[in-house]
Ligand binder design. Structure first.
Ligand SMILES: [Zn+2]
Length: 314
C-alpha cells in the first residue's frame, strides 16, 4: 500500500532527529514544528543556546517535543485506521482553518431577487479558497449506521449533517452521538418538501419549526439550512433568515455508493467544493455508508484533496 501524507516523510524524520539532538533547546524545537507545518524546507543549523536561557526555555521545548510525539502517534493511528477501513491511502490532513474567512456570496445565477438588499442567506456550491480541500456534507438521516460513526471518528474525517425531522425522529440519540464527535448538525426541513411549491408561511413552518426541534433535541439552533433537492425561491431564503439561518449551502458534486455526479461540465473537483452524499444504506443503495465513504475518501485522496470542516471556512 502506498502511503501518502501531506508533509513528506523526510520532514518527519528530520523533525524527530532534530528533536532528539536539540534536547532542551526551544528555538530548534520551534523550527522543527515550523518544518512540520510548512512542508519540508531544510532549516539552517541552529545557533547554540545563549547562557542562562536553557532553564527558561526547557518547559516549552518539552511541550513541543511532546507535541511532535503526539503528532507522530496520531499519524500512526491514522495509518492503522486506514487499513482497518480498507482505504487505499491515508486521508490527507487539512491545513489550519483560515484566520480570516472569505466573504461568502451567492453563486452567480443562484441569487434570488433582493438577495443583497435583504441580506438573504447566500446559496453557494463552493467556498472561495486556494486550499486543496473539499467539504463533506451528508443529508436526510434515514440510515443510522453505527459503523459509519466509528469509521469517521477513527479516521478523523470532518463532515456536516443536514437533517430532516421525519427521518431522524425515531432516533435522535444517534445524531447526538454524531454531534458529540464534533459534527455540526444543520437544518434540512421538517418533511423534506419541494419548498418552492409552498407558501411563505408553509416554508416558514418547514424551516423554522425544524430550528425549534434542533434546539430542543441538540441544544443548538443551526445557522445553515439546505433546501431539499437544492430547490428554493425568495420566500425560502426570507423564511430561513427570519429564524436565524445565515447560509444555504448546496453542492458541487454528489457522491453515490457506485458513482459520482459533477455540477461542472469538466467533471472535476475544485478547491473549496461542497460534496453531497446521503445517510443511506443497503435498503436504498447497493452498499453501506462505509462503502460510500470508502469510495469518497479514496477518490479525494487520490486527487490530492483533504476533507476540511465547512464551518471553519464560514
Ligand atoms: Zn435531502
Amino acid at each position: 500500500m502506498k502511503v501518502v501524507v501531506q508533509n513528506d516523510k523526510k520532514c518527519h524524520k528530520w523533525t524527530r532527529r532534530a528533536g532528539r539532538r536539540a534536547g532542551v533547546h526551544a528555538g530548534l524545537a520551534a523550527v522543527a514544528v515550523a518544518g512540520l507545518a510548512s512542508g519540508c524546507s531544510e532549516p539552517d543549523a541552529p545557533a547554540p543556546p545563549a547562557q542562562g536561557q536553557q532553564l527558561i526555555q526547557a518547559p516549552a521545548a518539552r511541550a513541543l517535543d511532546s507535541y511532535a510525539t503526539r503528532l507522530h502517534a496520531s499519524y500512526t493511528a491514522r495509518v492503522a485506521a486506514t487499513r482497518r477501513w480498507g482505504l487505499k491511502q491515508v486521508p490527507l490532513t487539512p491545513p489550519r482553518p483560515p484566520a480570516a474567512k472569505a466573504r461568502i456570496t451567492a453563486r452567480p445565477g443562484f441569487e434570488v431577487s433582493r438577495q443583497k438588499d435583504w441580506y438573504l442567506p447566500p446559496v453557494f456550491t463552493t467556498v472561495p479558497t486556494k486550499d486543496k480541500v473539499v467539504f463533506l456534507t451528508i443529508d436526510d438521516g434515514a440510515e443510522k449506521d453505527p459503523a459509519f460513526l466509528r469509521m469517521m471518528s477513527d479516521l478523523k474525517i470532518p463532515y456536516t449533517a443536514f437533517l430532516s425531522n421525519y427521518l431522524i425522529k425515531d432516533n435522535y440519540e444517534y445524531f447526538r452521538k454524531m454531534q458529540a464527535s464534533g459534527v455540526t448538525l444543520n437544518n434540512h426541513t421538517l418533511h423534506h418538501p419541494y419548498l418552492p411549491g409552498l407558501s411563505y408561511e408553509q416554508q416558514r413552518r418547514e424551516i423554522c419549526d425544524m430550528q425549534d426541534i434542533m434546539e430542543e433535541q441538540f441544544g443548538k439552533r443551526p445557522t445553515l439550512m439546505r433546501p431539499p433537492y437544492g430547490n428554493y425561491n425568495q420566500d425560502t431564503l426570507a423564511a430561513a433568515k427570519s429564524c436565524g439561518i445565515e447560509y444555504a449551502p448546496i453542492w458541487n458534486e454528489e457522491v453515490y455508493v457506485d458513482h459520482w455526479e459533477f455540477r461542472e461540465d469538466d467533471q472535476r473537483m475544485r478547491p473549496g467544493d461542497i460534496v453531497l452524499t446521503h445517510f443511506r444504506g443497503r435498503g436504498e443503495w447497493n452498499g453501506t455508508m462505509v462503502d460510500d465513504m470508502r469510495r469518497f475518501l479514496n477518490y479525494v485522496t487520490a486527487k490530492g484533496f483533504a476533507v476540511a470542516r465547512l464551518e471553519d471556512y464560514l
